[in-house]
Write a protein that binds this ligand. Structure first.
Ligand SMILES: [Zn+2]
Length: 60
């Protein structure tokens, strides 16, 4: 089964619940992966990401 992306935080989730948002509002329609190692970086700040992890760039 393909990974899904959380519609709220765009985190790429394995399973049916986002561990950050505790929501099952996940999408199979997403594009691009952004790997955030340092949430203090400009790229993470621009994307509004506050925790390290793998994120989808676009979620439908
Ligand atoms: Zn989430």
């Amino acid at each position: 089964m393909p990974d899904k992306a959380c519609r709220l935080c765009r985190r790429i989730v394995k399973g049916n619940i986002c561990p950050a948002c505790k929501t099952s509002d996940l999408s199979k329609s997403w594009k691009g992966i952004l790997v955030v190692v340092n949430p203090e970086s400009d790229i993470a700040k621009e994307a509004g990401i506050t925790a390290p992890g793998k994120y989808a760039i676009r979620v439908k």
